[in-house]
Design a protein. Structure first.
Lengths: 556, 236
């Protein structure tokens, strides 16, 4: 291909800025990068300024405005993969090609990059590979040989047992097909009643959002239903990017129809035929599975006029923030908006929008088919219903588990995860935006309320286990680099704070006098003055470590 | 003002009445309290991004940007509480570590006003790109850019609809740029000068002013600016 994108542009004729990420993906996949000439063509096709397109390309790390190799290999070096020796894999790949991360071989064949968490924390080291003109692939158990020679590394996260509801213990490596899942009985049942009755049932269940913010789902649907404006939207937030979190990936890869039925229920509740799944660009396998499942459900007539569009992100953790996600769908840099107004009144394209996490939507069908009382019977009063957690690091059986909130972390680690490998040093709860628990604190019950009381966070349900061989300074530096890389740069506290934080974390072995106070001031400023949840939580782990592991900050 | 469209609240310990819908910044200014702010400009859409103007509302979980947060009835607002001052001071100290503020006297005054330590963050990564001198009208010294976005905004929907500028990269690496860093003369820029007008630092500067700072002679200045060339043509 000589860089001519006439055919690609022809497919987007008549569309506007909202088509920017899709068209950029088409060009990026076909050509490996997006050049000034191609930006010019896209500018004419979608009728948006060239400078804006350039700004968007630069915001998303999976888009390139400079030529890349015919294949791009990205290796995750975030905490869980680091424990699986990802650095050594990356080093060996670079050594064999005689380049550094971020560079391309002289023959133009291969580009190597660092990657933030790829959501394969249970089967690391993880890699995301692209070959020009082909679909991207996520690889597990990556080695220099697998990355350079044959790109093997398909994976399967076994999930669920005979008691599971969200997960399904009978699943094999293939996604559950419609015939195995059933014909959306919960949706059919819900439609025999009014949307208000459906919302009342979800409210009665006590379901709260599973993405980290824990907002009551029924209330969100009620607000969206009551809001003025049309069309309304249901947006499924599948931008799962919190390091250590991979439950939504497993749900999408194993049980796509559970998610689609949940989306259809939400759409019926708020009163719309417009739904959209925004999925992170690092999840190519789940993306394909969702496309296939939507086609299957549509062919079976189950969607009943509802359109569910799958939108692929392009490498930006910030787009998990709901308003940044809207901006990405609208074809802009993924900057979080100021709130209020909130999405239920002013969401996607300025319309009332119910935006829910994958796991939250997956909880809706069983609530309808089994009833709100059943949901409340699982878990505790403050944490109703089964909850998924992602366990990684030093446990015998890392993976995604469905728990009844209320069991203790100790019981979970011992029974479900098969125990800690080695001597436990600490557990990082809630991912990079999480807090540390000491070995003496793991009798805490896994519920939103207990963890909040322990000054911790359940967050998105990430549980990263570190034994006493782990260098926590190194882990903190990786977390700090993650936020430095992912800060959108909009508000000063986070843009500057994530940078200043890393500068101090880089010298933990030989700190300057006053560094602890600097870290506290940076942390409190990001927490209290940033625009969005990324900034509010970008210092949580460091602040937690200052309290739990003061020795880390006192130098050698 | 009627009773219907005014609200009552407590600002720094005083009960005050303000028009409904007023921002906290406006209400405070009315009381003679000048809340410092960098990114806000009355001619541009407020984005509430510098966060220097944050205030404490009802001892909330997070602080509120006074430039965009509207006054709520019966609320209690503090513009100089401990947590407000810590955030304000730390933001300014971190900014000073990243940006050359030599030609931003207003921001320097803010640093002094909140007793900020200009050397608080030693060994910090300073953004220090080369000055861009690519047209006869103005120079761009992004080492002095605080990323308030105003120039990008007036170049786009806030004023000129020219769209010569964008933001490039993200996080601390963000910078203002043209598409693919082409020169201003190759870009759609119409040299309206609005970006220079709203720049709060010395990042954007008329070429004549810059040339005089550099000590250029009148002939050199004339050679460096199109205006000079046109005058020469007119004389000829």
């Amino acid at each position: 291909m000589n860089g001519d994108i006439t055919d690609i542009c022809a497919r987007y004729q008549g569309r506007g800025r909202e088509a920017l990420l899709p068209i950029l993906w088409d060009v990026q996949t076909a050509l490996g990068s997006i050049s000034p000439a191609q930006v010019h063509s896209i500018s004419h096709t979608l009728r948006i300024p060239e400078a804006d397109i350039f700004g968007v390309i630069g915001f998303y790390t999976l888009f390139h405005d400079q030529p890349t190799g015919r294949r791009i290999i990205r290796v995750c070096t975030d905490p869980s993969c680091a424990l699986a020796d990802a650095d050594a894999v990356l080093h060996e790949v670079c050594a064999r090609l005689d380049i550094e991360p971020g560079e391309t071989t002289a023959d133009g064949e291969t580009t190597i990059e660092h990657s933030p968490c790829l959501g394969l924390c249970d089967v690391g080291p993880a890699a995301l590979v692209s070959a020009r003109g082909q679909s991207d692939r996520a690889l597990a158990h990556a080695s220099a040989a697998s990355l350079l020679d044959d790109w093997t590394g398909d994976y399967f996260t076994p999930a669920g047992d005979e008691n599971s509801v969200l997960l399904d213990g009978s699943l094999t490596s293939a996604p559950q097909r419609l015939a195995e899942y059933g014909d959306y009985a919960a949706l059919r049942h819900a439609k025999t009643q009014s949307p208000d009755q459906l919302i009342a049932e979800v409210e009665a269940s006590g379901l709260i959002g599973r993405g980290g913010a824990a907002f009551p789902t029924g209330l969100k649907w009620k607000f969206t239903r009551a809001a003025e404006g049309a069309p309304k939207y249901v947006v499924c937030n599948a931008d799962e990017s919190e390091p250590g979190t991979f439950k939504d990936r497993v749900l999408m890869e194993h049980r796509p129809h559970l998610l689609l039925e949940g989306i259809a229920l939400a759409a019926y509740a708020v009163g719309t035929n417009h739904a959209l799944i925004f999925i992170r660009g690092e999840y190519p396998k789940a993306t394909q599975i969702l496309h296939d499942a939507i086609a299957e459900a549509d062919a079976a007539g189950l969607l009943d006029g509802l359109t569910i569009e799958v939108r692929r992100g392009a490498g930006a953790y910030i787009c998990g923030e709901e308003t940044a996600l809207f901006e990405a769908v609208e074809g802009k840099r993924g900057f979080p908006r100021m709130k209020p107004p909130y999405p239920t009144t002013f969401g996607l394209f300025g319309k009332p929008t119910a935006v829910n996490n994958v796991e939250t939507l997956c909880a809706a069908p069983p609530i309808i088919s089994r009833g709100a009382a059943w949901f409340r019977s699982v878990g505790t009063a403050g944490s109703a219903g089964p909850k998924l957690v992602s366990a990684s690091g030093h446990v015998a059986r890392p993976g995604v588990y469905e728990i009844a909130p209320g069991i203790t972390l100790r019981t979970f680690l011992e029974r479900q995860c098969g125990g800690v490998i080695g001597k436990l040093q600490t557990v990082l709860m809630g991912g990079a935006a999480g807090t540390f628990l000491l070995p003496g604190e793991i009798d805490v019950r896994l519920t939103f309320e207990d963890l909040r009381e322990a000054d911790g966070t359940f967050g998105s349900g990430a549980i990263m286990v570190f034994n006493d061989t782990v260098d926590l300074r190194d882990m903190l530096l990786r977390l700090g680099r993650f936020f430095q890389h992912e800060s959108c740069g909009k508000c000063f506290p986070c843009q500057l704070g994530t940078q200043r934080q890393v500068e101090i974390l880089e010298r933990l072995d030989a700190p300057l006098p006053g560094d602890c106070d600097r870290l506290r001031d940076i942390g409190m400023t990001m927490t209290e003055a940033s625009i969005c949840g990324l900034g509010h939580t970008a210092a949580l782990a460091v602040m937690s470590a200052l309290e739990k592991f003061p020795g880390l900050f006192e130098g050698e | 003002m009627t009773a219907d469209d005014s609200i009552t609240l407590t600002l720094d310990g005083s009960e005050i009445e303000v028009p409904a819908g007023a921002t906290i910044l406006e209400a405070a200014a009315e009381q003679g309290i000048a809340i410092p702010v960098i990114c806000y400009h009355e001619a541009t859409t407020p984005n509430g991004l510098c966060r220097v103007c944050v205030v404490d509302v009802d001892d909330g979980r997070v602080l509120q940007p006074a430039c965009v947060a509207t006054c709520q009835p019966d609320s209690t607002i503090e513009t100089d509480s401990e947590r407000v001052l810590r955030s304000r001071r730390t933001i300014l100290e971190m900014l000073n570590a990243s940006v050359n503020l030599d030609e931003a006297p207003e921001i320097q005054q803010m640093l002094r006003d909140c007793h900020a330590d200009p050397e608080r963050f030693p060994h910090a990564h300073k953004r220090d790109p080369e000055l861009i001198d690519d047209n006869p009208f103005y120079v761009r010294d992004y080492a002095q850019c605080v990323l308030c976005w105003r120039c990008v905004q007036v170049c786009a929907e806030d004023a000129q609809f020219t769209f010569a500028l964008t933001l490039k990269e993200r996080g601390h690496d963000t910078s203002v740029a043209t598409a693919f860093d082409i020169s201003m003369t190759e870009s759609p820029c119409v040299f309206c000068g609005q970006c220079i007008g709203v720049c709060p630092t010395g990042a954007l500067k008329p070429k004549i002013e810059w040339g005089m700072q550099q000590g250029l002679s009148e002939d050199e200045l004339r050679a460096a600016t199109r205006r000079g060339r046109k005058r020469d043509r007119d004389r000829a």
